[in-house]
Design a binder for this molecule. Structure first.
Ligand SMILES: CC(C)(COP(=O)(O)OP(=O)(O)OC[C@H]1O[C@@H](n2cnc3c(N)ncnc32)[C@H](O)[C@@H]1OP(=O)(O)O)[C@@H](O)C(=O)NCCC(=O)NCCS
Length: 158
């Protein structure tokens, strides 16, 4: 397996990223139009992880004043468990900090153990629960991390 490269998502990536999102989130995955809208939003920033020219991960963030909101993070199933989720999140957090954000919030399914563990590893804390947040009726936890309290090393993209 080649080295992973992280870079800004472009319009050319939309098809592949939407495919990745559907594989990872099923009915809750976003379609191409959603990503096209996000790319034209100056308050959004999407990063992809690419290995040998193949998009294997995506992480999108939206900014509002000094807050960053983690819109989506997904790693293709066959590439999970190799540290890619951790790397792409740390790249995005570094970019968010450079953008002036002081903290990040996100929603995660209450039974999504891999994601919950990932966020806890970074120092995110559960600050709320939203009933029936997802299309299938599952609840979400809201999580929060102040960038000053992060427990991880942040990476830069290329
Ligand atoms: C959540 C997700 C992005 C993690 O990506 P990944 O590349 O597999 O994660 P990493 O290999 O970087 O693991 C980083 C940490 O996450 C946690 N983690 C990852 N997979 C895990 C698993 N199967 N069980 C428990 N913890 C897990 C661990 O804390 C791990 O650190 P460790 O290796 O020191 O134990 C990935 O599982 C995914 O794309 N899932 C489907 C989409 C999704 O649910 N996204 C989150 C939406 S809120």
């Amino acid at each position: 397996m080649g080295e992973i490269i992280f870079r800004r998502m472009t319009l050319e990536d939309v098809g592949k990223v939407a495919e990745t999102d559907k594989i990872c989130f099923g009915a809750d995955g976003w379609d191409e139009d959603f990503f096209i809208d996000e790319l034209s939003d100056k308050n959004s920033e999407y990063i992809v992880g690419e290995i040998d020219g193949k998009i294997v991960a995506c992480n999108g963030i939206k900014f509002h004043r000094n807050a960053a909101y983690n819109m989506t993070i997904a790693v293709l199933p066959e590439f999970q468990g190799r540290g890619i989720g951790e790397k792409i999140l740390s790249v995005s957090i570094k970019r968010a900090k450079n953008h002036g954000a002081k903290y990040m919030t996100l929603e995660v399914r209450v039974d999504n153990v891999p994601a919950l563990q990932l966020y806890k590893k970074f120092g995110f804390q559960i600050i709320g629960r939203i009933k029936k947040y997802y299309m299938g009726g599952e609840d979400a936890f809201t999580m929060y991390a102040n960038f000053e309290d992060l427990k991880c090393k942040l990476l830069s993209d290329k």
